[in-house]
Design a protein around this ligand. Sequence first.
Ligand code: OOG
Ligand code: MG
Length: 262
Amino acid sequence: MKLDRKTIEQLAEHLENAELQAHDVVKITDAHPEMDWDDAYAIQAEILRRKLARGNKVVGLKCGLTSRAKMKQMGVETPCFGFLVDYFTVDDGGTVKTGELIHPKVEPEIAFVLKKPLKGPGCHVGAVLAATDFVMAGIEVIDSRYRDFKFDLKSVIADNCSSARYVLGGVAAPVAGLDLRTLGVVMEKNGQPVAIGAGAAVLGHPAAAIAMLANHLGARGEEIPAGTMILSGGVTEAVAVNAGDHVNLRVQSLGSVSVHFA
Ligand code: OOG
Ligand code: MG
C-alpha cells in the first residue's frame, strides 16, 4: 500500500459522491500516480463500507474486462472485480433513469449463481461448473465516473469497475448440457443488433472469469459464498445508450432480457 488511510477514505468519498450525484471526475491516478493495486481495491472496499453503513445490501459480484473486446476498448490488459448492491438491480423489462447516471453503456453478460462456495487459490473452470446452480442472461449497465470513460486499471478498480445497474432475465438454466463457450449472444438496441458474440470471448470460457475471481479473493483469504450471483463480464464491447433507448439481449438457451432507458 502506498496511500495512507485518510487518503483512501477521501478518494472513496470523492468517487462515491461522483456516482451518487452523477457527475464525472478526472482519473484518480492523475493526482496519485504512486497508488498500487492494494490501494485501488482498498478504495473500492471503502466505497462498499460507506454503502453498507447507509443500509445498502450486497446482491452480487462482478468480473469486468474479461474479454479481448472490452480490454481493447478500454486500453487495459487485466480483468477487474467489483461488487453489486441492491439499488443497482433493475427488473427485467424495467426502466433505468439516465438522469441518475453520467454516460451509461450496456454490456451483454452471462450471470452465474452458485450453490456451493468457491475458494481459491487453484480454482478452475471445472470447480466453477460443479459449484454453479444456474446461469442466466444479464445486461450490465456500466457508468464510469471518469471523464469520457477514460481511465487506467487502478482508477477503474477504485471506481468499483464502473458498476451502476444490472438486469437479469430469461431462463435460469443449469450448466449441465450447456456449452458456455459456444453460447451465442445477440444484443439489440432499438431493434438493431449492436453486439454479437459467444461465451468463449470471455477468457475462453465464462466460468474462467468466476475462477479468476475466486483466486483473486483467495489471495486475500476470502471466498465466494454459496448463493452468490456473479456477472462474468461483457462478451463484446460496451454500447453507449441514451434516454429513449430500448435494449434487448438474447442468449442461446437462456432466453432474453430487456431494459428501457428514460
Ligand atoms: C469497466 C467495467 C467493465 C465488463 O464487463 O467488462 C465491465 C469499464 O469498462 O468501464 O463491467
Ligand atoms: Mg460488465
